[in-house]
Design a protein around this ligand. Structure first.
Ligand code: UDP
Ligand code: MG
Length: 182
C-alpha cells in the first residue's frame, strides 16, 4: 500500500474530522529532497559554534549534503543580500559578513526550510526563543550567528550562489526508515 493511501485509511482521520481542516494528515508524500542553505556567520565561527550548530541539524534528522569554509567576498554577499541593499543597516551587514570566514552548508530533508527557520529563531535575537540558535547564542540582531534561507525558492537561489553542483553530495542515510514513513 502506498504512503498516501495508508495515511488516508489510518484511524485518526475520523477523530479529527469535526475540527477545522488542518494539516494533521498531509495528502502528499513528504518531500525528503528539499534543501536549504545554512551559514554560520563570522561571529559564529569566531565563537566556535560551528560544531554546536551542525550537531543540532544532525540530531534533528537532517542530512548534510554540502559544507565548506570560505571568506565571503563583497560580490557574493551583495548578491546574497540583494533585497536588503537599500536598508540602512546594509553597509554594516556587508562589513560584518566579510569580516572573517563563514561556514556554508546545505542541509536536506522534509520541510527543512521551514524547520530550520524555527531552529534558527527570530532575526532579532532579543525576540528569539530559548532553544533556537539565536535565542541561545546571540543578544543582538547585528551579530545573530547564523543564516537560514527563508523559502524554498530563495534556498534554491542561495544554494546555487554559494555552491557548485559538484560540491553537493547525493547520498542515502542508513536510518531513513527511522526518520520517515517509507
Ligand atoms: N540585519 C541587521 N539589522 C536589521 C535587520 C537585519 O543587522 O535591522 C541583518 C541580520 O544579520 C540579519 C540579516 O541582516 O540576519 C538579514 O536580514 P533578514 O531580514 O533576511 O533576516 P534573517 O533572514 O537572517 O532572519
Ligand atoms: Mg533573510
Amino acid at each position: 500500500m502506498n504512503f498516501i493511501l495508508r495515511r488516508l485509511l489510518s484511524g485518526g482521520t475520523a477523530k479529527h474530522s469535526a475540527r477545522a481542516p488542518c494539516l494533521l494528515y498531509s495528502s502528499v508524500a513528504p518531500d525528503m529532497r528539499e534543501r536549504t542553505l545554512i551559514a554560520v556567520k563570522p561571529d559564529g565561527v569566531q565563537r566556535r559554534l560551528v560544531g554546536e550548530i551542525i550537531k543540532r541539524f544532525e540530531q534533528r534528522g537532517f542530512k548534510l549534503v554540502g559544507i565548506k569554509m570560505l571568506q565571503g567576498s563583497e560580490g557574493i554577499l551583495a548578491e546574497h543580500y540583494h533585497d536588503l541593499r537599500r536598508k540602512p543597516f546594509y553597509p554594516a551587514l556587508i562589513r560584518y559578513m566579510t569580516s572573517g570566514p563563514v561556514v556554508a552548508m546545505v542541509w536536506e530533508g522534509h520541510n527543512v526550510v521551514r524547520s530550520s527557520r524555527f531552529m534558527v529563531g527570530e532575526t532579532d535575537s532579543s525576540l528569539a526563543k530559548p532553544g533556537t540558535v539565536r535565542g541561545d547564542f546571540s543578544v543582538h540582531i547585528s551579530r545573530n550567528v547564523i543564516h537560514a534561507s527563508d523559502s524554498v525558492e530563495v534556498a534554491e537561489r542561495e544554494i546555487s550562489l554559494w555552491f557548485h553542483s559538484a560540491e553537493l553530495m547525493n547520498w542515502e542515510t542508513s536510518d531513513h526508515s527511522d526518520l520517515y514513513q517509507v
